[in-house]
Design a protein around this ligand. Structure first.
Ligand code: ADP
Ligand code: ZN
Ligand code: MG
Length: 487
């Protein structure tokens, strides 16, 4: 094992940036918007770009930032609590991090990090990896060097940066960890899930660390890490042949991952922190966090995925495999719990969620958290109950569910499929079924209750499921209750 570690000394550390899910931007009252929508700005640029801006977030000379958005601060605290980090309560001075680029007309980004900063929180741990620190900062605007256009909607959005210790040793571990992180952060509804994350990945083997900036998908992160490890090891293997020194060939540098080519390319030697000329922002007061606020947030922290999983196993007695599927998505597990609250037997009807609901959603390429998707647990509960009572077949139930995306409905509203034939038509069908099944009617009259279900089922089939189950039951009972012997 030790031999192995010597032969393969990979260290990976992450800087994870996520969009905090707030209503307003960090230093102004402009509204935020799902950053995913902003990402597809190319098609929307004409009508959506620069629709949520003000002098503050466009860096207009003379404008001054407002006090930091409390909602963003609260979300940062929630995240710190997930990691068990030590939250800094005072001495929190916003810093100006200077750089010149078209996405940043002020010439600086306002952040809680930097050479002289006291960051928001320190330490803590998540899934075996130690957290170095977390801090708040604002996002710059979005500049497209190809079109020359700029969109300030993103400028000033609150970001959280989470820095880990360099304790990962391969890409698999990084990807699994990031998946868990995203899931936990989605449970506390603190980051915009659809906006994705941007991760700076630092990789070192035998030499200095190489930083790959702005990797925005798990797939890219995996490929970039694998490529970079292989590149560094190859260099080291050829070191002696070429008579080079390690410091020369593996210096500290920033490299970009080129997805099309599948390689990393040197961008620059790593600039020192002093290049950013960090200075305290004179326009913003020192930020203080009260014990009361932290206590309040702590008391209202929602269940984390692991805790929820345990509870599902205990209280609903469901299979572990099902519980795992459910807890992989907060909206799904919430849906499940709401369904149970509607009086549905969790274990017996699990497939309606873990198989049917997911099938219909996947088929439509939708998920429960999509804004245009509105599926109510009460509607599915009604459907399941109708199937359980024999009012409709399981197959018909599944067919109806196909139409639950994007919006579910009550069976009562499901006209044209379920209940659009009137009572007179139902009565005719019932009479037909009675005529064709005289012996079953006799059985019923002789006291065999189950025969009623057979007759109702036959009517439902004849009506091609358009008859209302309750109406059929009522009419059928009335008709066959008229016993020949007059009893
Ligand atoms: P910078 O802003 O210069 O990138 P940070 O302190 O913000 O510096 O980030 C440091 C990141 O580099 C952390 O994610 C940390 O885990 C990682 N890191 C530090 N040392 C190493 C190393 N030897 N190998 C790989 N990653 C490292
Ligand atoms: Zn603004
Ligand atoms: Mg960095």
């Amino acid at each position: 094992m030790v031999e192995n570690e010597k032969a393969f000394p990979v260290k990976i550390g992450l800087e994870v940036h996520g969009y905090l899910d707030t209503v307003e931007k960090l230093f102004c009252m402009c509204r935020t918007e799902s950053a995913e929508r902003l990402e597809i700005r190319d098609s929307k640029l004409e009508n959506d770009a620069n629709s949520r801006i003000c002098p503050i977030c466009t860096g207009t000379p003379g404008s001054k930032p407002m006090a930091a958005n409390e909602e963003a601060v609260r979300k940062m605290i929630q995240i710190a609590l997930v990691f068990g980090s030590k939250i800094n309560m005072d001495g929190l001075v916003w810093q100006r991090k200077h750089y010149d680029w078209a996405d940043n007309p002020k010439g600086y980004q306002t952040t809680m990090s930097g050479a002289h900063a006291k960051v928001n929180a320190l330490g803590g741990k998540f899934k075996g990896i130690e957290i170095t620190e977390i801090h708040l900062e604002e996002d710059p605007a979005q500049w497209n060097p190809d079109s020359g256009r700029i969109n300030y909607n993103r400028s000033g959005l609150p970001l959280i940066e989470i820095v880990t210790e360099p304790q990962f040793s391969d890409s698999d571990q990084v990807v699994q960890w990031l998946k868990s992180l995203l899931l936990s952060l989605s449970y506390i509804k603190s980051v915009r899930k659809n906006a994705g994350i941007k991760v700076d990945v630092n990789v070192s083997t035998y030499g200095e660390r190489v930083e790959m900036k702005n990797l925005n998908s798990l797939e890219k992160i995996r490929k970039a890490i694998d490529y970079e490890i292989a590149r560094q090891l190859e260099i080291v293997e050829k070191l002696e042949i070429r008579g080079q020194k390690l410091e020369e060939v593996l210096p500290r540098e920033t490299r970009a991952y080129d997805e099309a080519k599948g390689i990393t390319i040197k961008m620059r030697s790593k600039e020192g922190a002093s290049d950013y000329r960090f200075v305290p922002c004179p326009d913003l007061a020192e930020m203080k966090i009260s014990k009361k606020m932290v206590a309040e947030i702590k008391a209202s922290m929602p269940e984390m995925p692991e805790v929820k999983l345990e509870r599902l196993l205990k209280t609903h007695n469901v299979l572990e495999s099902d519980a795992k599927i459910l807890t992989r998505n907060l909206e799904l597990v919430d849906f499940f719990e709401a369904l149970v609250a509607e009086g549905i037997d969790a274990k017996k009807n699990m497939a309606w969620i873990t198989v049917e609901l997911l099938r219909v959603l996947n088929w439509n390429k939708k998920s429960l958290e999509d804004e245009d998707v509105d599926i109510r647990p009460s509607h599915l509960a009604e459907l399941i109950k109708a199937v359980e009572m024999g009012g409709i077949t399981t197959l018909k139930g599944k067919q109806i569910m196909n139409d639950f995306v994007p919006k579910s409905f009550s069976l009562k509203e499901h006209k044209g499929e379920i209940s659009n034939i009137d009572e007179e038509a139902v009565e005719n069908l019932c009479r037909q079924v009675i005529d064709e099944n005289k012996h079953v009617v006799d059985d019923y009259r002789a006291g065999k209750e189950a025969s009623l279900n057979f007759l109702i089922g036959a009517v439902m089939r004849l009506s091609e499921r358009r008859a209302d189950f309750k109406v059929v039951t009522g009419v059928m009972k009335r008709l066959i209750g008229e016993r020949d012997d007059g009893v």
